[in-house]
Design a protein around this ligand. Structure first.
Ligand SMILES: Cc1cc2nc3c(=O)[nH]c(=O)nc-3n(C[C@H](O)[C@H](O)[C@H](O)COP(=O)(O)O)c2cc1C
Length: 333
């Protein structure tokens, strides 16, 4: 009998922020944590080989405030994935997630990511090895299929093979990946969304935890998914309009809505600690540029930070200047 991955509490799955390369680094996750104390956060994808042989201090950088936070791995060799999963769990990550959804050429050449949807047995072996190797939940993020796979039974067989290997939680990016002719960006927009497959998966396999992802743009849409599946994972909307995360966290878990400025000031201790360690302000504040998006002063906020954060010595006072400008513009509006 294969081991079964440890369960994740239902509350811990309702709201999550998607893994996004170049975006959800540790600074971004620490910011999202300030906004949404109950959200589950995901790292960028890191290849198993990089975890094993690369610069771990950089690749697995994580601030203690980030918990619960999942490490997303890429790869397709069960032995290497198991080793990387153990390293990730030992480094303190709360979950290890396997990427079966990325369609980029580089990833296809390496035979991982979305093309793994055509190799359920290999994914099952990988997941079984990862579960054996670590004591935190091992989960999978996948698409509905690749290219012209439109058969429900094929998707279900993929999920069943991995569930039989002990996986209990699936993040379903509810569209196909087209492996030929579309860029990764187009692959997040062109293949049509079919949330009904995620809903049907939950209905037919109620013992599995299912989180739906893809195209969730606002609070109303996000809330509607919770009636059908265990959670909603937001990617681009969370990144570009991060205040939405705060609104969702307060609406779903309670607490008082805080102002954008108040939230940013709550992030100040993190920023200052990073500056003291020699991190440049630009690497941190690039993630907060959307905080005032759609608000009076939002453009000025973005501009002050974009123009100033790369300058030598830029520090918290620049952020205060950007905030003061938005506050003035809001009063004038
Ligand atoms: C810039 C960017 C980088 C991404 N990198 C990853 C990644 O490393 N791993 C992954 O599973 N998905 C990745 N994705 C896909 C997202 O996790 C998510 O599935 C997709 O954006 C759909 O959700 P959304 O419509 O809420 O953005 C990335 C998406 C974006 C926009």
């Amino acid at each position: 009998m294969p081991s079964v991955s440890p369960a994740i509490a239902a509350d811990a799955l309702r709201l999550s922020v998607a893994p996004m390369m170049d975006w959800t680094d540790s600074h971004c996750r620490a910011f999202h944590r300030v906004l949404a104390p109950h959200a589950r956060l995901y790292t960028e994808m890191v290849h198993a080989n990089a975890v094993i042989h690369g610069d771990r201090a950089r690749l697995l950088a994580m601030d203690p405030s980030e918990h619960p936070v999942a490490l997303q791995l890429g790869g397709s060799e069960p032995g290497l994935l198991a080793q990387a999963a153990r390293i990730g769990a030992d480094a303190g990550f709360d979950e290890i997630n396997l990427n079966c959804g990325c369609p980029s050429d580089r990833v296809q050449a390496g035979r991982f990511g979305a093309c793994l949807m055509r190799e359920p047995q290999l994914v099952a072996e990988s997941v079984a090895a990862m579960i054996e190797a670590c004591n935190v939940p091992v989960t999978v993020k996948c698409r509905l299929g690749v290219d012209d796979d439109h058969e429900w039974n094929r998707f279900l067989a993929f999920i069943d093979a991995i569930a039989d290997a002990g996986c209990r939680m699936f993040v379903v990016h509810a569209r196909n990946a087209w492996l030929q002719g579309l860029s990764p960006k187009e692959n997040r927009e062109v293949p049509p969304l079919r949330y009904d497959w995620a809903y049907r998966l939950k209905a037919e396999r109620p013992e599995l935890q299912v989180v739906v992802n893809g195209g969730i743009a606002d609070a109303v849409e996000a809330r509607a998914h919770l009636d059908r599946v265990d959670g909603a994972m937001l990617g681009r909307a969370a990144y570009h309009t991060p205040y939405l995360l705060h609104e969702l966290d307060v609406a779903w878990f309670g607490g008082e809505l805080q102002s954008r400025g108040g939230l940013l000031r709550a992030y100040r201790p993190y920023i200052e600690a990073q500056l003291e360690r020699g991190v440049q302000l630009k690497h941190i504040v690039r993630h907060v540029l959307g905080l005032f998006s759609g608000q009076p002063g939002g453009r000025g906020f973005r501009q002050v930070l974009s123009e100033g954060a790369h300058k030598p010595g830029a520090g918290w006072s620049l952020v205060e200047r950007a905030l003061a400008l938005t506050e003035r513009e809001r009063e004038a509006a």
